[in-house]
Design a protein around this ligand. Structure first.
Ligand code: FAD
Ligand code: EGU
Length: 479
């Protein structure tokens, strides 16, 4: 349910001066565009969605950027706003914990939190289809497939599309919402704007997706988990699907992908790093599927502001593509839609004020999640193997247990709350400080106490001066 306040006295802001409904063009009918169409249709705008691909509901094969995704609280809240939460979660598979696979094949579960704290594995294609169908149900929404945005003008609101039969079409809109993904065509115009900040970073890792089939009609590994094989330089993650398969995503530097050119090398690689997965995936399938598609690149994009004048705004990956190492890309894009919707209420759909406020509000949070995801990528590839992963999570959980209100794990704030991303980061930095101060205090107290006992009880004399000792403590850099 949206919390739209009564607007009895407003001159119906969803309409232009001459009383016509304002036209909003949503460019891109991916996850965020399709969801946003419903948000905007609910407000009474005349919504036109332009999607480059054909209608995926009619397509035979859909190849997106990943087969399934982890849906968490932020994404769920957005779905709830358009009445789609139940429909989507009924087809999602709850993951209550991670399952860490060590090289020896040992599996260790680590819960995400309390009973109700779980994430869901959802099918990207199904989610996209359901969202398109929900948007289409509004009489004031039209979906246009096979329309590729070529160019647009902020001054006039005119967009040039390449239509389904190859001809160019000019279309006008009062508001253009760019939801056209990480390589956004809408964003191109932004680059020519004064004082627009933009950064784009490709990480050295790419990914391929492999399928783990069911065994005797059952999931090959426990279904209600996010399976992780952390191997420092390499990492594999597996999410369950409704057809009892798992989609395994292997992350690895392109340099390493390049070294593997034959089926036997692929098998050898898997036997070395993911031996327990080999019989489950099947030797023959592994040798083939490894080369079915070339490894895909991963890009991180930041931009600010997210809007241009009173005519155009970017949302989802178009505004902030993040690397997938927090499972938040779609969730953040979905939350964008809630934030925009709230600001539309707050500013009575006065677009120039709304867009300005939206950027002001959302840029710090989108930057924060982009940074967090990148930080986690760097951390995982530099020293996270299965033992380290388990140790860190046990430590975090232990600290949370002894100080439940002071120390909350970062992933909990990100995944299971709607605390603003930038505030979660700030809270986390503060917690780190509390922890290191605590450790420091414990360390120095026991060192001083120990020294005192040695001298007092055993008559020992320290072999180094107090000053030297102090300098050694400082060198530990626990601050
Ligand atoms: P997209 O899904 O890319 O959609 C953009 C749409 O715009 C497409 O349909 C495209 O055809 C269309 N388009 C592009 N250009 C034009 C044009 N010129 N004219 C018209 N249409 C155009 N996120 C999570 O929350 N949880 C996860 O577990 C997760 N896992 C991931 C794993 C991997 C390997 C990757 C790569 C990403 C993952 N993500 C995850 C991130 C998630 O996929 C994205 O954040 C999400 O798809 C963004 O949605 P979007 O609608 O903004 O962009
Ligand atoms: C990567 C690829 C475990 C789907 C980050 C956790 C991801 C997902 C984690 C992909 C990890 C990493 C978190 C979730 C999730 C963890 C999280 C990552 C879903 C910190 C389909 N990540 N992902 N963190 O805590 O918060 O379990 O492709 F291995 S869900 Cl990299 Cl919660």
């Amino acid at each position: 349910m949206s919390s739209t306040p009564a607007k009895a006295m407003d001159p119906q802001p969803a309409k232009t001066n001459d009383g016509k409904k304002k036209v909003v063009a949503v460019v891109g009918g991916g996850l965020v565009g399709a969801l946003n169409a419903s948000f905007l249709a609910k407000r009474g705008f005349q919504v036109q969605v332009f999607e480059f691909r054909e209608d995926i509901r009619q397509a035979e094969v859909v190849r997106g950027r990943s087969i399934n995704l982890a849906l968490s609280l932020r994404g769920r809240e957005a779905l709830k706003h358009i009445g789609m939460e139940e429909k989507i979660i009924s087809k999602g598979i709850p993951m209550h914990a991670r399952m860490i696979h060590s090289i020896s094949g040992k599996q260790s579960p680590i819960p995400y939190g309390k009973k109700g704290q779980y994430i869901l594995s959802v099918d990207r294609a199904n989610l996209n289809k359901e969202l398109l169908t929900a948007a289409e149900a509004y009489p004031n929404t039209k979906l246009n497939f096979g329309y590729k945005l070529l160019d647009w003008s902020c001054d006039s609101g005119m967009m040039t599309f390449q239509g389904p039969n190859g001809t160019e079409e000019e279309i006008h809109a009062d508001l253009i919402v760019g939801c056209d993904g990480a390589f956004s065509a809408v964003r191109k115009q932004f680059l020519r704007q004064r004082r627009f900040n933009y950064s784009q970073t490709y990480i050295p890792h790419g990914y391929i997706e492999l399928t783990m089939p069911p065994i005797n009609g059952q999931f090959a590994i426990a279904p209600n988990f996010l399976h992780i094989w952390p191997r420092t330089t390499f990492m594999m993650i597996a999410l369950p699907n409704l057809d009892k398969t798992f989609t395994c995503t292997l992350f690895m530097p392109f340099e390493e992908f390049d070294k593997i050119t034959t089926g036997d090398q692929a098998l050898e690689f898997f036997q070395k790093y993911f031996p327990d997965a080999v019989p489950l995936m099947g030797v023959a399938a592994l040798k083939q599927d490894f080369f079915q598609f070339p490894a895909q690149a991963l890009v991180s994009v930041k931009s600010s502001p997210h809007h241009m004048g009173d005519r155009c705004v970017l949302m989802g990956d178009a505004a902030h593509a993040v690397v997938p190492f927090y499972g938040q890309g779609m969730n953040a894009g979905f939350e964008d839609c809630i934030v925009f919707d709230d600001i539309m209420d707050q500013f009575n759909e006065d677009l120039s004020a709304v867009l300005l406020e939206y950027s002001k509000m959302r840029v710090p949070d989108d930057h924060a999640i982009a940074d967090l995801a990148m930080y986690n990528y760097i951390e995982m590839r530099s020293h996270v193997n299965s033992r380290w992963f388990l140790f860190r999570k046990y430590l975090d959980n232990f600290l949370h247990r002894i100080m439940p209100r002071t120390i909350i794990p970062l992933y909990t704030m990100v995944t299971f709350s709607r605390m603003r991303y930038h505030e979660a980061v700030r809270q986390w930095q503060w917690q780190q400080k509390v922890i290191s101060r605590g450790l420091f205090l414990c360390g120095t107290t026991s060192a001083i106490g120990g020294t005192y006992l040695l001298i007092k009880l055993f008559g020992m004399r320290p072999s180094i001066s107090l000053e030297q000792l102090w300098n050694r403590v400082l060198a530990l850099k626990w601050f």
